[in-house]
Ligand binder design. Structure first.
Ligand code: GLY
Ligand code: MN
Ligand code: MN
Length: 473
């Protein structure tokens, strides 16, 4: 973890930003059972708890008393029965000392404090829980039925936390760069393993996409993958988590994968490349368009710009490229305004990244990717943006344009005549088996613009990929 001063300072700032006063309740996560109580998923601490306390053990709860200026940490010390199974663990008061907290107490005391606060009419601020057990705990602690929890979250707390976590400090950037280095190892390993006859499953396992693989880079170097790895020849299915394919010459492989480092900071990269290591002219044409859009975001992104504007500029690059291939026609500004790009790229350009790969989406995209200035649109082509609001120095964004040929979606547009004045549906026929291409990098917004994160960039140009895949395996 960072030094305790980092966590003390973060909590101090949080108390200042929740001006209504009262208590802020930040529950950590508990172990989550997989198929019976003692067989759990790999433990993952809640990211807000990590941000304010840095502690990775389960069953801890943080409470900030804004009015008294006090920080509390609640948890139960382990019994000898627990220690026999888990080995010796620090006490809650030792854990408190690590993150600069002197007020620690057993969980039973938390209930007393909350009951007293509620009786006195003091506000208790909490975030939307994304795990059922935490929802039930909030329900019990606060006397709110589980169905009503979502309506009672503190918007002030949500906005305050987003305003702290959305800009990364230098020490956080170092951790993200560390996660990027793991991502580099994962992706270059995948690229080296990719050849006709290889199994998607072997590649996913080597990177860390499947627990128990023989070699698993994400666990060897960090805390594991930051989301289920996507390793597929069917890149047109955006979140394709199946790994059952056998790689075939002539197809493209899409690999979208990232890691969490030992501090749980994330990386998130996508590369798409030909299974046999050589792009066909058709693959190269589409690839170069996606790469140009990816580069355009780097050229453009800077503090003060709406990420929605960057998205719209990049999808115009994509449409101009598809126009040069004859797949779309007409004026491309009009096409963007009509959402024609959504047929080929039905997702946004990117999202914030940090302690979560989609940073803070537990708090809600409404507060993370949008604000009063940028309410979510219902219009085709922009309704699906995770992040639309203005860029600020210290934000870490993904830049992940793509072109996908989704047969069912193309057939629907064609049948319904959607944007038929712009789309040459007949010219799309040869692409029905193409799959999809996405290229994703992570960037830091700086005073002067942005920089690509990671000590070294995963091979990305056609030449770099072909040379890398032709090299020693
Ligand atoms: N793999 C999820 C994403 O790139 O957003
Ligand atoms: Mn990704
Ligand atoms: Mn991403």
């Amino acid at each position: 973890m960072f030094s305790k001063e980092t966590y003390v300072k973060r909590r101090e700032l949080l108390r200042e930003r929740v001006s209504r006063g009262g208590l802020i309740l930040l529950p950590g996560n508990s172990e989550a059972p997989r198929n019976y109580p003692d067989n759990g998923y790999h433990f993952r601490q809640d990211s807000n708890f990590l941000y304010f306390y840095g502690l990775k053990l389960p069953d801890l709860v943080g409470l900030l008393d804004i009015d008294a200026g006090e920080d509390w940490l609640f948890g139960d010390d382990l019994s000898m029965d627990d220690i026999i199974w888990t080995g010796p663990q620090p006490t809650v008061s030792e854990l408190g000392a690590r993150c600069g907290i002197s007020h620690t107490a057993p969980l039973a005391v938390l209930q007393e404090k909350l009951t007293l606060a509620i009786r006195k009419g003091r506000p208790v601020h909490f975030l939307p829980p994304y795990r059922a057990d935490n929802k039930l705990k909030l329900s019990r602690w606060l006397g709110i039925c589980p169905e009503a929890i979502a309506d009672r979250i503190s918007i002030e707390l949500a906005i305050a936390i987003v305003s702290l976590r959305d800009k990364k400090s230098d020490e956080e950037i170092r951790e993200i760069e560390d996660a990027c280095e793991i991502g580099y190892r994962m992706h270059t390993t995948a690229m080296k393993m990719c050849c006709p006859g290889a199994r998607e499953r072997d590649i996913a396992g080597a990177m860390g996409g499947i627990a128990g693989a023989i070699e698993d880079i994400a666990i060897e170097m960090g805390e594991g993958v930051s989301f289920h790895s996507i390793v597929t020849q069917h890149g047109e299915t955006l979140h394709n988590h199946g790994h059952d394919g056998i790689l075939e010459s002539g197809r493209m492989l899409l690999v979208d994968a990232g890691a969490e480092n030992l501090m749980n900071y994330c990386s998130d990269f996508t590369r798409s490349y030909p299974v046999n290591g050589r792009f066909t002219p058709m693959q190269r044409d589409i690839y170069e368009i996606v790469l140009a859009a990816n580069a355009h975001a780097f050229e453009m992104a800077k503090p003060g710009l709406l990420y929605k504007e960057v998205h719209l500029a990049c999808v115009k690059v994509i449409l101009e490229g598809l126009k040069s291939l004859g797949l779309v026609r007409g004026d491309m500004d009009d096409a963007v305004a009509n959402g024609v790009h959504a047929l080929f790229m039905p997702h946004g350009l990117g999202h914030l990244m940090g302690l979560d790969v989609h940073d803070m989406e537990d708090i809600g995209e409404k507060y993370v990717g949008y604000d009063l200035e940028t309410e979510r649109s219902t219009q085709l082509g922009v309704s699906n943006l995770r992040m639309a609001r203005r860029l600020q120095v210290g934000m870490v964004m993904t830049d992940e344009p793509g072109i996908y040929f989704i047969p069912a979606y193309i057939a629907k547009w064609k049948a319904e005549g959607t944007n038929k004045e712009f789309v040459n549906f007949d010219k799309l026929e040869p692409y029905m088996n193409f799959g999809g291409i996405r290229i994703e990098d992570d960037l830091l917004i700086t005073e002067t613009g942005n920089r690509i994160l990671g000590k070294r960039r995963i091979p990305v140009t056609v030449q770099e990929i072909e040379e890398f895949m032709a090299g020693d395996r």
